[in-house]
Write a protein that binds this ligand. Structure first.
Ligand SMILES: [Zn+2]
Length: 118
C-alpha cells in the first residue's frame, strides 16, 4: 500500500514553487537527492548558507516505504547444483507479469545485480 499525502495537491504545488527557508539561519534551501548506505534514494532540503539538512514528513514517509518494500522482498537463495536459485516473490510476479516462460537478463551495475525482463 502506498503512503498517502494528507495535504491537497494544490498546496503541494505551492510548496514546491516556494523556496523553503532554513529554520536555523533563514537561508535558502535547495532540494537535493541523497542515498542511504543500502542504496535507497530520497530527497531532502539543504541550506545553501549553513548546510543544515532537513527531511520533511512526506520525504521521510517515502524512505520508510522503500525500506518496507526492501524488507518484504528480501529472499533467501537456494542451492541449485553449483548455481543458486532466486525465488521471485508473487507480488513481483504479478506486478511485472512474469511467468515461467519468460526470460530475464542479469546485468551488473555499481556492485549490484539488476534483473531486466526481456
Ligand atoms: Zn541555514
Amino acid at each position: 500500500m502506498r503512503s498517502t499525502n494528507t495535504r491537497s495537491n494544490n498546496k503541494n504545488i505551492d510548496n514546491r514553487k516556494k523556496m523553503k527557508k532554513c529554520s536555523e539561519c533563514n537561508g535558502k534551501m535547495e532540494k537535493k537527492l541523497g542515498k542511504t548506505p543500502e542504496g535507497v534514494s530520497y530527497t531532502f532540503f539543504k541550506c545553501l548558507k549553513c548546510g543544515e539538512e532537513i527531511l520533511f514528513m512526506n520525504q521521510l514517509h517515502n524512505v520508510a516505504e522503500k525500506y518496507r518494500e526492501m524488507k518484504r522482498f528480501k529472499v533467501k537463495l537456494n542451492k541449485w547444483g553449483l548455481s543458486l536459485g532466486l525465488r521471485i516473490p508473487k507480488e513481483l510476479v504479478y506486478r511485472y507479469k512474469l511467468n515461467d516462460k519468460k526470460e530475464v537478463l542479469i546485468t551488473e551495475e555499481d556492485n549490484k545485480m539488476v534483473i531486466t525482463i526481456v
